[in-house]
Design a protein around this ligand. Structure first.
Ligand code: GRF
Length: 219
């Protein structure tokens, strides 16, 4: 069984979806720990409620980004983490950290990557007059929000939408489905990063998988 560590900073809705998928028998992992860089992250309670070790590594106590990342990497090694899942982890990671876990680390981003790397994605999609929006799971590589995409879900933007309604639909209809699916693929050894490309069941993904590719358990 693969050992999973989930890194969070906030509410932990994606974390909760992973916990539920694991409980339902759809995600063959053992949660080694949930680590937050903020002591007040609500997601820590989801971990505690599920009996998962909930740890806080407060970034403010480190002199700089590299020192924090060094400590985090050391902890992930101690935990013998096979898969690292960034679930609303609001930290930019150093190249050294990313290289150590490259191929074993996934992130979810609330936009149709490569559009809108970084913050404020919902407002930016509206400001650009986009007709569609969504969310993407991708491998983490040194450039922020730019690693090879694994699965992406999209929906139509409606005239009455605002940033809050887009955030809500992206979370509910897309994120909470595609992340457990992507982590399940990885846990089963069906998803890997090879020569800079996401490979799913032996096939190099020129385009990310879509909602149509979700297995029934994740729909
Ligand atoms: C999600 O929208 C995720 O895509 C982004 O941060 C948010 C985290 O939400 N990276 P939660 O902590 O999973 O509730």
């Amino acid at each position: 069984m693969k050992r999973l560590v989930v890194l969070i900073s906030g509410r932990g809705r994606n974390l909760q979806a992973l916990i539920e998928a694991q409980r339902a028998g759809h995600l063959p992992v053992e949660f080694a720990a949930v680590i937050s860089n903020r002591a007040d992250a609500a997601g820590l309670d989801h971990a505690r409620d599920a009996g998962i070790p909930a740890e806080v590594l407060p970034h403010a106590q480190f002199s700089d980004r590299a020192a924090f990342d060094t400590a985090l990497a050391a902890r992930l090694r101690e935990l013998q983490s096979d898969i690292v899942v960034l679930a609303g982890f609001m930290r930019i990671l150093t190249d050294d950290f990313v290289r150590e876990f490259e191929g074993r680390m996934l992130n979810i981003h609330p936009s149709l990557l490569p559009k809108y790397a970084g913050l404020d994605t919902h407002r930016r999609a509206l400001a650009a007059g986009d007709v569609e929006h969504g969310a993407t799971v991708h491998f983490v590589t040194p450039t922020l929000d730019s690693g090879p995409s694994v699965i992406q879900g999209r929906f139509s933007i409606r005239p009455e939408d605002d940033a809050a309604s887009l955030a809500q639909r992206a979370m509910e209809h897309i994120e909470l489905k595609i992340y457990p699916q992507a982590v399940a693929w990885m846990a089963r050894g069906e998803l890997s990063l090879q020569d800079g490309a996401a490979v799913l069941r032996g096939r190099r993904l020129e385009q990310p998988a879509t909602l149509d590719d979700l297995e029934d358990a994740f729909r």
